[in-house]
Design a protein around this ligand. Structure first.
Ligand SMILES: [Zn+2]
Length: 425
């Protein structure tokens, strides 16, 4: 097995190979077989992990695993923990239903020695663009933050101005890694709401109002001097949950996001399901309430009624005067009857939407996220009722998790894409 450790390519942007950069915007840590990359990724996701558990997880013999791990140790990608290392007490969930042999049928016991990723060997930057603002943070290989997050507002949304604004954020994050005495970031992940091809070219970005395709990855790489990948924001969140958070070890789960739009994505075996047209919000016009309001496309009671604009419109109608989504949120928190009524109905409709997702996609878990996920948290009882109204009485309950919308999470999610590209090659 041959592995070569790649030197961080911070100078890639200044190289003349822009075409190459556009095809493969992000570097990888090492060159090796698919299994070598998989072993490294599993150690990142599940580590500290015992060799025996890892071999069982990957279906590899101890010998084959040993050859791979000794290469990874040699190139400084992973490290071996001593039995008394405090990091050994870190427990991450293993895949659902996986029973490690060495723990006698129980969850894995305390391993005697274990492998883990050398998390501070490399650093990354994650940036999320939201409307006319962006937030960035520096992270290590384990997607742990280094320093504080940085945000910036930009008035002009044109790609060049956006690049300049994002470059300022990159600069601030590089200072954070310097202060922490860590190496310079090897890659930047930027996430936006839109359709992106080859992790580089934005072909559709409704919230940025761009006309035509923009090779944002090449522009950013040139501007910042660090290889940059561009990713869809919802896919990135899904990926982050798979690799580092609520989705670890869950074979199939769905994420529904509430906010300016309604988002939906599905992950299978740690990967977002790839479907060329999914960033067009295809599920947002699914029927959730035959008595619901009419959407801009003329459907009655489609899931668009869960978006901020529709909620504002419905609330205005209820009140008989113009009200914003923020007015609704404020009034719902203060128990204003018209707001409570709309809150209950919205949560019930969200439940119906979740039931549709659960019945068709059959995930082990549905995660609700997005900037308006707090609405879901305000009435989970109505969500449950909505789900039950479209589930068979003998069907198991839908496992549901509502995530608080912390903007940091979206920036970390963008970085997680760059990290996985770096790990998997
Ligand atoms: Zn519709």
């Amino acid at each position: 097995m041959h592995i070569t450790s790649n030197v961080p390519r911070n100078d890639a942007a200044t190289s003349p190979q822009d075409e190459e950069t556009a095809r493969q915007p992000l570097p990888s840590w090492f060159s090796g077989s698919e299994y070598t990359h998989r072993v490294a990724a599993d150690i990142l996701q599940y580590g500290p992990i015992a060799r025996t558990t890892l071999a069982q997880l990957l279906g590899l013999s101890q010998g084959a695993l040993s050859r791979i791990t000794s290469d990874l140790l040699h190139y400084g990608v992973i490290e071996e923990l001593n039995p008394d290392d405090p990091d050994l007490s870190v427990k991450k969930p293993l895949p659902l239903g996986f029973v490690p042999k060495e723990s006698g049928g129980e969850r894995r016991g305390r391993p005697q020695t274990a492998l883990q990723i050398r998390k501070n060997e490399r650093t990354f930057i994650g940036i999320n663009v939201r409307g006319n603002s962006a937030l960035a943070t520096a992270l290590n290989v384990s997607c742990e933050k280094i320093g504080e997050s940085h945000s910036i507002d930009f008035e002009d949304q044109n790609p060049h101005q956006l690049c300049k604004a994002l470059a300022e954020l990159v600069h601030a994050c590089v200072e954070d890694t310097d202060r922490a005495r860590l190496s310079k970031p090897v890659a930047v992940g930027v996430s936006i709401g839109g359709h992106i091809i080859n992790d580089s070219t934005v072909t559709f970005a409704p919230f940025l109002h761009w006309d035509g395709s923009v090779d944002l990855a090449s522009m950013m790489t040139r501007e910042c001097g660090i290889p940059t990948g561009i990713f869809n924001d919802l896919d990135s969140l899904l990926h982050y949950e798979c690799w580092f958070e609520a989705g670890i070890g869950i074979p199939r789960f769905a994420v529904v996001t509430m906010g300016a739009g309604l988002g939906y994505s599905l992950a299978q075996n740690g990967q977002a399901i790839d479907y060329g047209d999914k960033s067009y919000g295809l599920i947002a016009h699914t029927l959730v309430d035959p008595e619901g309001p009419r959407c801009y496309q003329g459907h009655k009671g489609c899931a668009e009624c869960l978006t901020n604009d529709s909620i504002a419109e419905q609330y205005s109608l209820n009140l008989g005067k113009t009200a914003s989504f923020e007015d609704f949120a404020h009034d719902a928190r203060h128990g204003v009857p018209q707001a409570t009524q709309l809150l209950n109905r919205t949560c019930f409709r969200l439940g119906v939407f979740i039931a549709t997702v659960a019945n068709i996609a059959m995930p082990q878990k549905v995660i609700v996220a997005g900037e308006s996920s707090f609405v879901a948290r305000m009435n989970t009882e109505s969500i449950r009722k909505g789900i039950e109204s479209y589930r068979h009485s003998q069907a198991g309950p839908v496992s549901l998790e509502i995530l608080d919308d912390i903007w940091d999470r979206w920036a970390c999610a963008a970085a997680s894409r760059a990290i996985s590209r770096y790990m998997l090659g």
